[in-house]
Design a protein around this ligand. Structure first.
Ligand SMILES: [Zn+2]
Length: 94
């Protein structure tokens, strides 16, 4: 019987309990922990991307305000900014 390379457990059920055939050297707990940690890293990266996009939109809106673009364009930018900020806030909720 195989032992988990991370924790030494023998609870390795490849292809069962929602597992695919990858990482046959990990027990079920470590298999899912590794995937959870990867997904958390992806979420953190996405949130970072949203922050950068929001900052960019703020700069663009400020620039456009200075140039006095038509009011309708500014309203669209504000709406997009609000949607992104709400998404970022929701994603950060525990
Ligand atoms: Zn393990």
């Amino acid at each position: 019987m195989n032992k988990c390379k991370e924790c030494g457990s023998y609870a390795i059920n490849v292809g069962r309990c929602g597992r695919d055939d990858s990482d046959p050297d990990l027990c079920d707990v470590c298999y899912w922990r590794v995937r959870y940690e990867r997904s958390q890293a992806i979420v953190a990266k996405l949130l970072q991307g949203i922050d950068v996009a929001v900052q960019k939109l703020l700069c663009v809106e400020l620039e456009r305000s200075i140039r006095e673009v038509p009011e309708i364009v500014k309203a669209c930018d504000r709406q997009a900014l609000q949607i992104l900020q709400e998404a970022a806030e929701e994603a950060r909720r525990p």
